[in-house]
Design a protein around this ligand. Sequence first.
Ligand code: NAP
Length: 398
Amino acid sequence: MDDVVIIGAGQAGGWVAKTLRAQGFDGRITLIGAEAHAPYERPPLSKAVLLGEADPGTTALFSESDFAALELSFLPGTRAEAIDRAVRAVTTDDGQTVGYDKLVIATGGTARPLPVPGAAQHALYLRSRDDAVVLHERLVRAKNVAIVGGGWIGLEVAAAATKLGAAVTVYEAAERLCGRAVPPEVSDYLFDLHTRHGVTVHLNAAVERIDAGTVTVDGATQPVDLVMAGIGLVPDTALAAAAGLAVDNGILVDGDGRTSDPDIHAVGDVANRDSPVLGRRVRLESWGNAQDQGVAVAKHLLGIDPGEEGVPWFWSDQYDVNMQILGLPEAWGSPVRRPGDGPDRFSLFYLDGARLTAVVAANNAMDIKIAKRLMAADKAVDPHMLADPAANLRDLLR
Ligand code: NAP
């Protein structure tokens, strides 16, 4: 293998390049990125960057010197337009043809467009670094902010806009917040958290249209300075589909990240992976997954065993609450609750018999750390101990 081409210069693509070099690959690596920026991390975009507390440049995945040391052929501001699998080459929108021995697709996804009249003209989205700059500039001037979608983006932006002094209303189409990602008791907690901070949350809300200075919801028209929509992510599969790769809610890959063409892998938000640990397909949209898959696929390309995959892990910061989630929201029964010293500190442990299957913790990072180790070691746990705030959870590791 002499030539690796990576389409997509985000978190996943960046980690593929970094890991290839860290593991000794000295061939050519071409990194094609549609945006003007070198790889950057998205989590601060809806938090510190939006608040104006961090410069957008601080989100860079690599320092300038580390990036230079990777000796990549980096094509920023360039779109891959087609993959010719017969000759193993990628063509770009500026007319280049780049040959590959192995290709990695890390195209991620695009904010789902809000399908109502006026949204195309008036709604803002938050996906890229440039989006965050625009949204910050608008937020600091806005008094009345409407957020469509009570998922992670919507809630983090609601927290930031509130902190910047705006009156915020969240319109969620479903009957609870973050319904796909968390169980009902956590949705209820998030509702309470935002309500306590002065946000008005409307569930089962049907946003009907957006006009200059107004939003119409369930027949009522409200004045508004800014509308931000965070209603999910559409995986960018067009290139893969046009090349004839198998696609179904993302690019289908096996446990090693291989697509239906053995010379092409896919990683990150765009990859719908057959997970050996979960025993089913899953397309995860998270920072941790983008990094882990990037590392694993780079090792796989070099014939190095990537080791066992970890349990999915995710976090969100809203107000002064750091929420972490370990495991996926499937088959979550009723949890064992470990209370903390106030409404914003607790852990919820989800069990299958005596084994942990998932944990949600608010301002309790230590419980997540211990739970990760308990789950990795497949240790039996005592629910009474989990529920007792005086018990030391580390004792369960013995
Ligand atoms: P999301 O977490 O999937 O949430 C979208 C929400 O919008 C869902 O609750 C959805 O309800 C709702 N919705 C859909 N259509 C709607 C409509 N027409 N009107 C009102 N509500 C509607 O997606 P997101 O918040 O847009 O985030 C995009 C991506 O960024 C996700 O991958 C997310 O995980 C990621 N992200 C991560 C973090 C973090 O790691 N902390 C922070 C921000 C964003 P239904 O489920 O019923 O469709």
